[in-house]
Design a protein around this ligand. Structure first.
Ligand code: HEC
Ligand code: HEC
Length: 289
């Protein structure tokens, strides 16, 4: 068949000599540009084998003269981030809480670290937005049981409240019914007095009977007028905010059995940088003093 090559009269190009049912094929050369691209890619691939990791071997691979690896690049990126973090962490460790909040970059870093640590360690009890729940205080408002300054918050987080730590904040409200200190009737009356402090009492006679009972039994911790005492972690009973609840039944329950809410100690579980960052984060939530 190759012997049938001839020159096509119309285009002036040679045919390949192939012929199917009278149809023939012109033998046009590859375009120049196409050939150059082909040669260039061949050269590129050879250069690539030499320079970059390319061929798999039995147990390893050819590393190439550059020795590049993506894994190595990620590792060096991580090391870089760690190094820059280590600088910030060392600064947090050596600065006072006050100094950290005055350094915008450091404060920013501490807030981010504190927010992350809060999600991991605290939101289970205090809620993801630190809004609190029954028995777990809201950390966004400016009502504090034990104190809302940076240092006081740091102390609370480190040592806890009624926790297992020797330094823990501690004060147990008496369980007035369970410990047989007050009769049921007295408790009912003093509860009515407590409700009257926030203007929610419906029985002023009972509240009047409750007042002297309050003075004798409760003022030592909750202070005169029930305004609360942070030295003792005793909540303000005269506002409308309640840790456990402000309906009559819940107030009677609080008085009868006490509450003894426990906030764990974090000193042994979290490193000092994290505790400091948490203090700054909690302080920033809106109620910091
Ligand atoms: C196991 C539940 C629990 C966890 C987890 C917990 N807390 Fe608490 N926290 C409490 C309770 C309960 C109180 C209130 C104790 C009381 O009745 O005085 C409290 C109180 C506090 C207070 C004092 C508030 C005030 O008004 O003085 C701060 C601050 C605080 N928590 C921060 C944190 C931070 C930060 C974390 C995470 C590291 C955390 N808590 C984790 C239960 C918890
Ligand atoms: C030894 C100190 C102490 C004495 C005395 C005391 N309390 Fe308390 N009280 C507390 C503390 C601390 C709390 C915080 C709750 C906890 O234990 O977690 C509290 C909580 C309460 C609460 C719950 C408040 C809330 O926000 O839900 C009520 C109500 C209350 N006390 C009423 C009384 C009354 C009434 C008396 C007197 C009959 C009294 N307390 C005596 C320390 C005391």
């Amino acid at each position: 068949m190759a012997g049938n090559r001839r020159t096509d009269e119309i285009s002036g190009v040679d045919t390949t000599g192939h012929e199917w049912d009278g149809i023939e094929e012109l033998d046009n050369p590859m375009p120049r540009w196409w050939l150059w691209v082909l040669y260039a890619t061949i050269l590129w691939s050879i250069a690539y084998w030499v320079v970059m990791p390319a061929w798999p071997l039995m147990t390893s691979y050819t590393k190439g003269v550059l020795g590049y690896s993506q894994r190595g690049e990620v590792l060096s990126d991580i090391a870089e981030v760690k190094a820059s973090r280590a600088g910030q962490e060392a600064k947090i460790l050596s600065s006072s809480l006050e100094e950290i909040t005055k350094d915008p970059a450091l404060n920013h870093f501490a807030l981010a670290a504190g927010k992350a640590a809060f999600g991991d360690n605290c939101s289970g009890c205090h809620g993801s937005g630190a809004q609190g729940a029954k028995g777990y205080p809201n950390l966004n408002d400016d009502h504090w049981l034990w104190g809302g300054s940076l240092e006081e918050i740091l102390f609370t987080i480190n040592y806890g409240i009624r926790s297992t730590h020797d330094e823990t904040r501690f004060n147990d409200m008496t369980a007035f019914l369970a410990d047989e200190i007050l009769e049921k009737q007295d408790i009912s009356d003093v509860a009515e007095y407590v409700l009257s402090l926030s203007g929610t009492s419906t029985d002023s006679e009972a509240a009047n009977r409750g007042e002297p009972i309050f003075v004798d039994n409760c003022v030592a911790c909750h202070a005169e007028g029930g305004v609360g005492n942070r030295e003792m972690g005793a909540p303000n009973l005269s506002d409308k905010l309640w840790l456990f609840g402000g309906d009559r039944k819940t107030v009677i329950q609080s008085i009868s059995y006490g509450r003894k809410g426990v906030m764990p100690t974090w000193e042994a579980r979290l490193d000092p940088v994290t505790v400091k960052s948490l203090s700054i984060y909690v302080h920033s939530l809106g109620g910091g003093e």
